[in-house]
Design a protein around this ligand. Sequence first.
Ligand code: UDP
Length: 339
Amino acid sequence: MKKILVTGGAGYIGSHTVVALQQAGYQPVIVDNFSNSEESALAGIESILGVKVPTYRIDCGNEAALRGVFEAEKDIKGVIHFAAYKAVGESVAKPLAYFQNNVGSLLTLLAVMPDFGVENLVFSSSCTVYGIPDALPVTEATPTKPASSPYGRTKQMCEEIVHDVSAAPTNKLRTILLRYFNPIGAHESAKIGELPLGVPNNLVPYITQTAAGIREKLTINGSDYETPDGTNVRDYIHVVDLAKAHIVAVQRLLDRKASESVETFNVGTGHGNSVLEVVQAFEKASGQKLNYSIGPRRPGDVPAIYADATKAAQVLGFKTETSLVDSLASSWKWQQTLK
Ligand code: UDP
């Protein structure tokens, strides 16, 4: 079994990808500092797979510790790098922490990988790199605009770092940059899912916590945008579908099929849904009425963004399979296990 190092492997997308890797015949190895993840994710992974996944409790920015992992595991074939902070609002309050952690951990990884002959990298990027796009849907060729938050800027910087490192004459690194849209949902077993700390920032955990009675009501952040119903439009992708994109990307790198040293793919459904449509889909999925009201706009929000998913379909053969209602049903099932 080919070993794939998964940094941030105990996190939301990481844990679902670890499960998908093992089920696809790879040997995932987790690196996580548990700064924004829980030990319970490891128990969930083990319960789904029936085996323990080797796990190192270290910070990916700690070069000596990271070297230790590559030494101990010896034959790592590729890395999927999730480990990063991910909250847009928090990044505005703590920009330095975001640059140090998100950019720092990538730099450390890129310094260590060549010393162990590891040439394959899948990097967690984000549709935030597009900023506020001029036209929709966004393709990989859509020019990036200034990011609306330090978080988005770290993703832009990380992409540029990967390009510069790859352009060096002696470089052997091959990278697939996956630009995620909005991941939602949980594993069908409801043994792993999103574990927001404190009050959720993201829409779907806020909705499920409201339906569960943990929050009083959802506030929709503005209904006066230039969108069909006035609320923001996003591309919501089921996390298990998203996890599968990583498997195809890793396989492409290991098969040496990548056409360039850095390839970029949007990973979304190709459909935009408004906040109100998500609320209605949740009500259908859960059979519950949701308490919500309209509030002011949230600073930093892009009015509308969704993916042109053609390139991932054509080049990677990747297509999402789960509908919005089914994705939300899995979120609701997961929420009910947390009560
Ligand atoms: N949103 C909302 N109320 C909330 C949380 C989010 O109306 O309590 C909206 C948010 O303004 C955005 C959409 O839901 O339009 C998705 O937000 P999220 O934070 O989940 O993801 P983002 O697109 O910002 O990465």
